[in-house]
Design a protein around this ligand. Structure first.
Ligand code: TRP
Length: 345
């Protein structure tokens, strides 16, 4: 069966963009058709300035939301990255396969590092090596497919390069994965700046609908979305990006088609109103389940414990094989040692 791996980074509250662009597909399709793992990648949240308590809180929240959107622990594996040592173990080995030039060419690194330096801050070494850790996340599980937004395509490309290079040098060890980018219509843009994606790490609150925003807050944000000059409602991504974004959100919420929907509306106001209601209705069941899960923290903890155990069992053999292949001396395991001791007795 196809294996799917994807991750959410607990650096901010999850957004409508995360849901429509990724999580909804995981819950509605991937968990049924594939052997899938969904991971709260908390180690990645430490690559930039962070508040430890906030990362902890956001990690728990992200895990709870993964369940709230409908991921079923009976069907897929939901876990937290730092609970499984194999990620860090494999990351180091892959650092011995990657080059520094390769790392410095990563667009996301260049952008984030430049922004950090502009602010007079320092750049953590882990920001540079981040894509190697991401490669380890994916390769440890032998994932065939990695559903991610197109901003992550370059990192998955690097993952492929590292897998191929390792396999060529040290013998076949890793499955070479491929990125599966969600349909274009699922690319939700900021309501205030339709040229940039509705990402959780940008803290421009008014342009971003968070999964846990109250209905009143959702309505306010959608009603205040920037629209383009002009009056008639047309679907044109290039010329009318603000309007196109609203039409796409409405279409994604209601299962409609943005082009067709543009014909239905006479004014921006009525389009915004319907879009706001559609988002509120989309989020309602997610928020209800989230509330129920928060009332039962023991359940979520249990899911994460089982998830980590399952993940560990999957990753361990591959990471062990990579250690052997690259030349590390196998440790005599405790059970082997027990046999030796018993035999000596
Ligand atoms: N880099 C991804 C992001 O910023 C998160 C991530 C980390 C990830 N490891 C992953 C995604 C492995 C898919 C697979 O969104």
């Amino acid at each position: 069966m196809t294996r799917v791996f994807s991750g959410v980074k607990p650096t901010g509250h999850l957004t409508l963009g995360n849901y429509l662009g990724a999580m909804r597909q995981w819950a509605a399709v991937d968990q049924y058709r594939a052997d899938s793992l969904f991971c709260v990648v908390d180690l990645h949240a430490l690559t930039v300035d962070h508040d430890p308590a906030r990362v902890r809180r956001l990690s728990r929240q992200a895990a709870t939301l993964l369940l709230a959107v409908g991921l079923d622990p009976e069907l897929c594996t939901v876990f937290v990255q730092s609970h499984v040592d194999e990620h860090a173990r494999l990351s180091y080995v892959l650092e011995c396969v990657a080059t520094d030039g390769e790392m410095r060419r990563m667009i996301q690194y260049k952008e984030k590092a430049a922004r950090e330096r502009e602010r007079g801050g320092s750049v953590r070494l882990s920001l540079l090596t981040y894509p190697v850790l991401m490669a380890a996340d994916i390769l440890a599980y032998g994932a065939d497919e990695v559903p991610v937004g197109d901003d992550q395509a370059q990192h998955v490309e690097l993952t492929r390069d590292l897998a191929v290079r390792f396999n060529q040098r040290y013998g076949h060890t890793f499955v070479v994965p491929r990125a599966t980018v969600p349909p274009v219509a699922a690319r939700v843009m900021s309501l205030q700046d339709p040229g940039s994606k509705m990402g959780k790490s940008d803290d421009a609150g008014p342009g971003i609908v968070y999964l846990l925003d109250e209905p009143e807050v959702v309505r306010k944000k959608v009603m205040r979305a920037v629209t383009d000059s002009g009056r008639e409602v047309v679907y044109d991504r290039e010329e009318r990006p603000g309007l196109a974004n609203l039409l796409e959100i409405l279409a994604a919420c209601t299962g409609g088609n943005p082009e067709a929907l543009s014909g239905v509306y006479e004014s921006y106001g009525s389009l915004k109103k319907d879009t706001a209601e559609a988002v509120v209705e989309l989020l309602r069941p997610v928020q209800e389940r989230h509330r129920a899960l928060c009332a039962d923290p023991g359940y979520v903890e249990g899911v994460l414990r089982d998830g980590a155990e399952r993940a560990r069992a999957m990753a361990r053999p591959t990471v062990d094989a990579a250690y052997r292949a690259i030349g590390l001396l196998p440790a005599v395991s405790d059970t082997d040692a027990g046999v030796v001791l018993n035999a000596a007795r």
